[in-house]
Structure formats: C-alpha cells, structure tokens
Design a binder for this molecule. Structure first.
Ligand SMILES: NC(=O)c1ccc[n+]([C@@H]2O[C@H](COP(=O)([O-])OP(=O)(O)OC[C@H]3O[C@@H](n4cnc5c(N)ncnc54)[C@H](O)[C@@H]3O)[C@@H](O)[C@H]2O)c1
Length: 276
C-alpha cells in the first residue's frame, strides 16, 4: 500500500536544516508542492535548490516567524505560489536553556513565542482559507482532508530540568493541538503533534570547548547538549542511539498522509523509546 501527496501544498517552518529540511524533503518526494521557511536564508536556499534540482516544486520565504506579521505573509506566499495550503508543519524552534533562577523574562517569553505563539498565529493565518475551502468542498459532496502537525518534545510532555521555557512552550503546543483538533474536525483537518526524543541535529550537538551558538534577536545563545547527557541517553534509550532527522521526518509524514485520516488530537512520540 502506498500513498501520494500529488496535488497537495505543504508549508514547513524551520526547513533550512535539521528535521525541518528532512520533513520538506519527504513531503516533496511524496509529491507535495512545498513552501519552506527559515530565518537563515543561506540554509533555506540550500534546501530549496537541492529539491528544485531533483525536480520538486519548492518555493521559499525567508523570515522570522516571531514577527507578528510574518505568519500571514507566509500563508499568503504559499497561496500565491501554489493556490492552496493543505499541510502545515510547525517545526521551527530552538532552545534557550537555563535553570529557573537564571532565566530572564525575555528568555522565557522567547520560548513561548517560537514554540506556541507562532503555531497559533500560523494556524490562525490559514484559518480563512481552510474554512472557506472546506465549506465549498463539503457543499459539493467532497471530503478533502487537510493536516496540521505541530512539533513538540519529550521535554514538553515530561518536563526537563533547565528547560522551563522550552518545556512550557512545547507543552503549550500540545494543548493548542488538541483544541484545534476539536475546532477544525468539522473542516476535515487532522491536527496532531509529534514529540521528539533526541534527534541528531545541531540542537543536540555535543558541547565542547568551542561551543556552538546561534544568534537570536541580538543574543548569542549557546546550543548543544553535554556529552555525558548524550551518553546516558544512548544507554537508557531502548534503541540504544539517537534518531536521525530522516527518522524524525518519517513520523511527521505519517500525520501528513492519508494513513492518519482518522487520527486527530494525538501526540506521537518519536524518541526510540527514551523518556526523561
Ligand atoms: N533535535 C532534537 O533532538 C529535538 C528534540 C525535540 C524537539 N525538537 C524540535 O524539533 C524542531 C526542529 O529542531 P531541529 O533539531 O531540526 O533544530 P535545528 O536547529 O537543526 O533547526 C531548526 C530550524 O528552525 C529555524 N528557526 C528557529 N527560529 C526561527 C524563527 N523565528 N523563524 C524561522 N525559522 C526559525 C532555525 O533557523 C533552524 O534552521 C524544533 O521545534 C525543536 O524544538 C528537536
């Protein structure tokens, strides 16, 4: 049994690298036209050019999703380019960690903004198109399923020391997912979440003497995970290893595909069986 996403348009945020790029790749290979977004234009161009070179229909809109006006622009760009939005993957994210006494208001709010407020704004931006299109489809006797996949984390479903903001944002998006599943079921939209354990991307690269950092809103934010933590995850993980971006994207693809047409409001954990 197989499926195709021919004729579908997907929108994937944070698709310049890591899991987002793997998701955009899987969706494009399954036949979807894909609008990709990222903050980082160089990385985003690589995603788009690589997929265009393989003959896939991929357009890009670079920009910061936390700009309150940007989610509307992104949905409009997808509609202008491809005429539809059928799949939304809220993937963009980063971690800005710290124990609570060292976490500033700005830091905590930034985690809520990218992991919770952005998915809310993106769904709201797509809501007119989704409702109006679904009403027309239903009036003509058609049931067309659309898909939203929000990315969460075992830090959100279980909590993780040193990640008050990140975990809160990732927990919040589970509530948003379950609510939108109830609100949009009548429009034939499946709204689900995928929560990752540890997946090998720059977010979980081993911290070394020359730690990597990303620049976000004027701050240099250290990213990565202590080697000891990575070792203990491998040991405690039933599958004995971290996941790959491709494996992470496979779990997302399930929720983007007709295989999940009767699944909504759920959280699928893709973490090799590891739990905090
Ligand atoms: N890697 C893991 O182990 C892991 C575990 C649990 C959850 N996650 C989640 O998976 C998602 C993808 O993470 P990843 O590991 O691929 O990280 P990554 O750093 O490799 O990629 C994330 C991408 O999101 C982009 N991004 C961040 N903020 C943005 C913004 N405001 N506007 C536009 N783009 C923005 C970044 O530029 C980056 O290219 C994130 O939501 C992350 O929280 C990852």
């Amino acid at each position: 049994m197989s499926f195709t996403l021919e004729g579908k348009t997907a929108l994937v945020s944070g698709a310049g690298r890591g899991i987002g790029r793997a998701i955009a790749t899987k969706l494009a290979k399954a036949g979807a036209a894909v609008m990709v977004n990222d903050l980082d234009d160089t990385a985003l161009c690589e995603t788009r050019c690589g997929l265009n070179a393989e003959g896939h229909r991929v357009e890009r809109l670079v920009g910061d999703l936390t700009d309150p006006t940007f989610p509307e622009k992104l949905v409009k760009a997808a509609l202008d380019a491809f005429g539809s939005v059928d799949i939304i993957v809220n993937n963009a994210g980063y971690s800005w960690d710290g124990v609570i006494q060292k976490t500033t208001d700005e830091q905590f709010q930034a985690m809520l903004d990218i992991h919770l407020v952005v998915p809310f704004r993106l769904m709201r931006a797509a809501s007119s198109f989704i409702r109006e299109t679904a009403k027309k489809e239903m009036a003509s006797g058609k049931r067309v399923m659309r898909k939203v996949v929000n990315i969460t984390s075992i830090a959100g479903t279980e909590g993780n020391a040193g990640q008050a903001g990140y975990s809160s944002g990732k927990a919040g998006v589970v509530g948003l997912t379950k609510t939108m599943a109830k609100e949009w079921g009548r429009y034939n939209v499946n709204v689900n979440a995928v929560g990752f354990g540890l997946i090998e991307t720059r977010m979980v690269q081993p911290l070394t003497g020359t730690d990597a950092s990303i620049e976000m809103h004027g701050h240099q934010i250290k990213i990565g995970v202590q080697q000891a933590m990575l070792d203990s995850v491998r040991q405690a993980c039933p599958l004995g290893r971290l996941g790959t971006p491709d494996e992470a994207a496979s779990a997302v693809l399930f929720f983007c595909s007709p295989l999940s047409d009767y699944v909504t409001g759920e959280v699928l954990i893709c973490g090799g069986g590891y739990h905090f």
